[in-house]
Design a protein around this ligand. Structure first.
Ligand SMILES: [Zn+2]
Length: 250
């Protein structure tokens, strides 16, 4: 069980509850966002995406997801029972970057092998989840940025839960850097077989703290439990467990 602690909101005076490990918290009464350790205002851009569904309405996109695609059992939408659907505003850091990676390596797919050089130039809105123990498929989640608005606590539904941040901006940027370097190493390896040297220049243009409406759905199909993560802003499935179909072909 976690111990909830509290500080007083320096904007409206209301208590702001937070849990151990949380370092940036938002007042549920006025939307003021505070750095817990210092009690000072959070000075970065704080945005949110709006959720479009209530617990009844979200069933339609869930059933649609169950019906689409040939990998799913054909009776999935009909026979599944949705056992849980909860909306949580999950905090993310979105790191907007321009990356230029220069690499040099050995291309071994011809004889004799040759030394080859190349560049990878990319721009990203790289997403880092601001929670430590939460598993979230950030690479599968395409953030619908066109719907991004300044954070407004009045837009958070009473039935929804909001999580605070457990990692600060510096940690998020560092994590984004590491993940981007890893990704570019992978991309370079599509072009060369042995890396001699690789160097990424990563320019950070902007870092935004973002709360996104995520539905966690649990459903049962033929006596087994499965999980599905839905984007509340668009109604699209971010990632879902699919019961295996026994085709019996072999
Ligand atoms: Zn407040």
């Amino acid at each position: 069980m976690s111990i909830v602690q509290q500080i007083n909101c320096s904007h409206c005076g209301a208590p702001i509850a937070f849990e151990p490990g949380e370092i940036i918290a938002t007042c549920i009464y006025c939307g003021y966002t505070v750095v817990i350790e210092t009690g000072k205002a959070f000075t970065f851009e704080h945005s949110m995406l709006l959720n479009k569904y209530d617990p009844t309405q979200i069933e339609e996109p869930i059933r649609n997801w169950m019906q689409e695609g040939f990998l799913k059992p054909s009776d999935l939408a009909r026979k599944s029972k949705i056992t849980e659907k909860t909306l949580t505003y999950i905090p993310f850091w979105m790191v907007t970057t321009r990356v230029d990676t220069a690499y040099k390596g050995i291309f071994e797919r011809i004889t004799p092998p040759v030394v080859k050089e190349g560049h990878i130039e990319k721009e990203y809105d790289w997403l880092v989840i601001a929670r430590k123990a939460t598993e979230f498929p950030t690479r599968e989640y395409e953030v619908p940025l066109e719907g991004k608005i300044p954070y407004d606590f009045r837009k958070i539904e009473a039935f929804a839960k909001t999580l605070n941040s457990e990692i600060d901006q510096d940690e998020a940027v560092e994590q984004a850097r590491q993940e981007i370097e890893e990704q570019h190493r992978y991309l370079a390896q599509q072009d060369i077989d042995k890396i001699i040297e690789i160097k990424s220049e990563i320019k950070i243009d902007q870092t935004v703290y973002l709360h996104a409406p995520i539905w966690l759905v649990r459903y049962e199909y033929k006596g087994k439990a499965y999980q599905l993560i839905m984007d509340g802003a668009t109604g699209t499935a971010i990632k879902g467990d699919i019961p295996s179909t026994a085709f019996g072909l072999l």
